[in-house]
Design a protein around this ligand. Structure first.
Ligand code: AVJ
Length: 325
C-alpha cells in the first residue's frame, strides 16, 4: 500500500506520539532534502546529545550552566512563591537542577513539568531531580511542542523554561510563533526564561559542531539509524558524511548529511526509494546564534516584556527573562 500524507494523518495513528513516517516522507521528497531536527532526539540521539554537552569543544551547555549558577538567586528573586515550573525540551534536566536548588531554598515545594520527546530522558530527569531534591515533584510530559495546553492546566504563577538554545533550531518566524503559542497558554505575571547562544568567534562556533571525538557526527548520522529501525529503511550511515558550517548570512550553524556516492535508498514502511547524487545533502539541523538585542526582540515579538538578561563574562550565551503583562 502506498502511504500518503492523508493516510498518515495523526488522528489515525493510535501511538502516543505521531509516527516519524510523515516527516521523513515529506522531508526526503523535497529539494533540497531536509529532515526536522526534532527527529534527532530518539533515546540514542538524546543520549548522544548528553555526550555532546560534555565535549571540550561544546561550550553552550557549560556556559549557560555558569550563568545559571552565578545568577540563580537573582533569577529566583524575580519569581513569586509557589511557582509552577515547566520546561520545553527538558532532556535530562541537568541545568534545571541548578535553578530548582535555589527555588526550593525559598519555597516549600515545587511542581516541575518537564516536556520532552524522549521517554528515556524524562525518566532520567524524574529520577535525578526527585532523588536530589525531595521537595520537587516531577510530572513528566511526553510530547513535542505542538500541544502546549499542559501549561494552562498548571496553577499560576507559572515559569516556563526554554533554555539550552533549543530555540536556535527554529527559523525566526517559527521561533516567534512558538513563543506566541507559549504566551497564549499563560496569563498575566507568568514568566519565560529563554536561553540562547550568542554570535561569537567563528572558530569557536565551528569547533563546537565538528568535535575531534566525532560525537556530533554520530549524533547526526543516528537520524539514518533511526529511520532504518523505525521505518525499515536501508540507509548505510557510513556512506553519508557529517557536514557542519557557519552560515553568516543566516547567522546559524547548519548540519547536513552528505551522500559520499550516487545511491538509491529504499524505505520499506514508506514503500519509497529515494535517490541521492554524490555530494547531495540532507539538511538535518540549524542552530541559530543571536545578539542580545535580537533575543530580546524575539521575546517581545512573542508577547513578553523583557525583565532582565544575564550573560557570561565573554558574552557567549544569554539567558533572558520575559513576563506576560
Ligand atoms: C540542542 C539545539 C541547542 O544547536 O547546539 C548540538 C543541538 N546539534 N550539536 C545546538 C546540537 C549538534 C543543540 N541544541
Amino acid at each position: 500500500m502506498m502511504i500518503t500524507s492523508k493516510s498518515l494523518n495523526r488522528k489515525s495513528i493510535p501511538a502516543p506520539l505521531p509516527s516519524i513516517a510523515e516527516d521523513v516522507l515529506e522531508g526526503l521528497s523535497r529539494t533540497p532534502k531536509s529532515l526536522p531536527p526534532k527527529l534527532l532526539y530518539d533515546a540514542t540521539g538524546s543520549d548522544l546529545f548528553e555526550q555532546i554537552t560534555c565535549l571540550p569543544e561544546y561550550y553552550p551547555t557549560r556556559t549557560e550552566a555558569g550563568i545559571l549558577t552565578v545568577h540563580a538567586e537573582e533569577i529566583c528573586s524575580h519569581l513569586r512563591r509557589n511557582v509552577s515550573v515547566s520546561e520545553l525540551g527538558a532532556g535530562t534536566a541537568t541545568k534545571t537542577r541548578i535553578l530548582l536548588r535555589s527555588l526550593v531554598r525559598q519555597q516549600f515545594g515545587v511542581n516541575y513539568f518537564p516536556l520532552d520527546v524522549s521517554d528515556a530522558a524524562l525518566q532520567l530527569a524524574k529520577d535525578e531531580v526527585e532523588s536530589e531534591l525531595s521537595r520537587v515533584k516531577v510530572h513528566p510530559q511526553l510530547g513535542d511542542f505542538d500541544n502546549l495546553t499542559f501549561l494552562e492546566h498548571q496553577s499560576p504563577p507559572r515559569l516556563v523554561l526554554y533554555i539550552g538554545s533549543s530555540i536556535g533550531n527554529l527559523e525566526n518566524d517559527a521561533a516567534i510563533a512558538l513563543l506566541q503559542n507559549i504566551a497564549r497558554n499563560l496569563s498575566t505575571g507568568d514568566k519565560l526564561l529563554l536561553g540562547a547562544d550568542l554570535v561569537k568567534d567563528i572558530n569557536v562556533m565551528h569547533a563546537a559542531y565538528n568535535d575531534e571525538a566525532g560525537v556530533t557526527a554520530l549524533f547526526n548520522k543516528n537520524l539514518l539509524v533511526r529511520i532504518n529501525r523505525e521505518l525499515s529503511g536501508h540507509f548505510d550511515p557510513e556512506s553519508f558524511c557529517h557536514i557542519s558550517f557557519w552560515n553568516e548570512a543566516e547567522s546559524r550553524i547548519e548540519l547536513h548529511l552528505e551522500s559520499a556516492c550516487r545511491q538509491a535508498v529504499r524505505i520499506d514502511t514508506l514503500d519509497m526509494t529515494f535517490h541521492f547524487d554524490r555530494g547531495e545533502r540532507i539538511h538535518t539541523e540549524n542552530s541559530y546564534k543571536y545578539t542580545v538585542e535580537h533575543l530580546e526582540n524575539l521575546l517581545r515579538s512573542g508577547g513578553f516584556q523583557v525583565e532582565h538578561t544575564w550573560t557570561d563574562p565573554d558574552s557567549w550565551f544569554a539567558v533572558s527573562l520575559g513576563v506576560i503583562t
